[in-house]
Design a protein around this ligand. Structure first.
Ligand SMILES: [Fe+2]
Ligand SMILES: [Fe+2]
Length: 407
């Protein structure tokens, strides 16, 4: 069953929602689900742009069959080989043996690596593939498609597709978001800032955050295009000048590693609640200092991808990484290693340290973050032995004042 949704003349939107998957890539929680988008163009030639995940295979299959309505599929553009978009590729090719795959050279190699059973199904990817690169075009009749290389946004093979006739940019993973839509498919139909931005940011930094330079290159290319719609393969599409410039500007900020919001993220580890009270007290003092944006995370309780998104969002971080068995508390250690892997940089950072178990935790935290570029330490390190007493409040006040001054 498929309900036809035409987004421009001849361009149809297929969307599969998965609200049952607990973790995307077996990493990131999905409290609001996730969606997969495909697009089918019906013209003199028929052309499918990307597939979907196995979880929504029936939605995808019935949509493609319903739209083609007995016509054969001429082209299947594979913008991104990751299995959440390619899972049913062989099913499509079995039903449409004459279809040509349109794919980058790296994409073809990856396709063979990820779907080695194709040969057993009588499918020879080499034989049916048209290799495309930057600037190549595909003529469907009225729709003239042009390909844009987008390596490493998210994988190295990624291409984007620009419909020159209707000025639609099919952007692969870029501009996507976690969250399954509630019926609406355009950003202008929802309260995007309230209901979608956090999940778009969490998706961006955890999925492609490391590849800021690659995203900047694509944004540069997009400047030369007249764009009336952006259609990613997760989440909502963008069709108004306001929503298009909004998300492009967000991507520009995020990919250049500039802070989006002037504010502080406090991340603490706490075994007995003592450190949690210190973190909350510091947050209270920051509030009294008129710091507007303050987020507090317990590294053992908050979803790590949310902490990561906040660390990238805000200008300042306070790391309270206590010790454990003479090392840094393992969950804090993992968090700091993950954000440096994602190219965390250009932020102001403060520390609170604990003396227990030898007190080396803060040194390990500093050591991990020493691989991050353009980090500025703010305030003196406040060191606590056991639990903080009233006599140390002035040290927290000094730290809060230094943070406030740095904003
Ligand atoms: Fe991906
Ligand atoms: Fe994806």
């Amino acid at each position: 069953m498929y309900y036809r949704r035409e987004i421009k003349d001849g361009i149809y939107h297929l969307s599969g929602n998965d609200r049952r998957l607990s973790r995307f890539e077996n990493m990131f929680t999905l409290p609001k689900g996730v969606s997969y988008n495909s697009f089918l163009i019906l013209d003199e030639k028929t052309c499918l742009i990307d597939g979907m995940d196995n979880a929504v295979r029936e939605t995808f299959d019935s949509g493609v069959a319903s739209l083609l309505d007995g016509r054969s599929l001429d082209y299947f553009i594979i913008q991104h080989v990751e299995p959440d978009h390619c899972a049913s590729i062989n099913d499509v090719l079995m039903v449409h043996p004459g279809a040509k795959l349109v794919i980058s050279r790296i994409g073809l190699n990856l396709l063979k690596q990820f779907f080695p059973d194709a040969a057993n199904m009588g499918i020879d990817y080499d034989e049916i593939s048209i290799i495309v690169k930057e600037g190549d075009t595909l003529d469907l009749g009225e729709h003239k498609l042009q390909f844009i290389g987008a390596p490493n946004v998210h994988w190295p093979e990624v291409i984007m597709t620009y419909d020159k006739t209707y000025k639609v940019l099919f952007s692969a993973d870029a501009f996507g978001a976690f969250r399954a839509p509630d019926g609406h498919i355009y950003a202008d139909q929802v309260d995007y800032e309230k209901d979608w931005l956090d999940e778009a940011r969490r998706y961006y930094f955890n999925i492609v955050g490391r590849q800021g330079n690659a995203v900047q290159k694509v944004l540069d290319k997009a400047k030369d295009l007249e764009i009336e719609a952006i259609c990613p393969i997760h989440g909502l599409c963008y069709r108004t000048p306001e929503t298009i410039s909004y998300i492009v500007e967000k991507y520009d900020t995020w990919s250049s590693y500039e802070a989006e919001t002037s504010g502080v993220v406090i991340v603490y580890s706490s075994m007995y609640g003592n450190n949690a009270r210190v973190a909350d007290t510091l947050a209270t003092i920051l509030s009294e200092e008129d710091v507007q944006h303050i987020k507090v995370h317990d590294v053992s309780e908050s979803e790590i991808s949310e902490i990561i998104a906040d660390l990238f969002r805000y200008s300042n971080a306070l790391i309270f990484g206590m010790n454990y068995n003479t090392e840094l508390f393992p969950k804090m250690d993992a968090l700091l290693r993950e954000i440096t892997m994602l190219n965390y940089q250009n932020r102001k950072i403060s520390y609170i340290a604990a003396k227990s178990w030898g007190g080396r935790g803060v040194n390990i935290a500093q050591d991990i973050l020493s691989s991050s570029k353009d980090m500025t330490q703010v305030g003196d390190i406040v060191t606590i032995a056991g639990a903080m007493g009233q006599d140390q409040l002035s040290e927290l006040e000094d730290l809060a004042k230094a943070i406030k001054k740095s904003l």
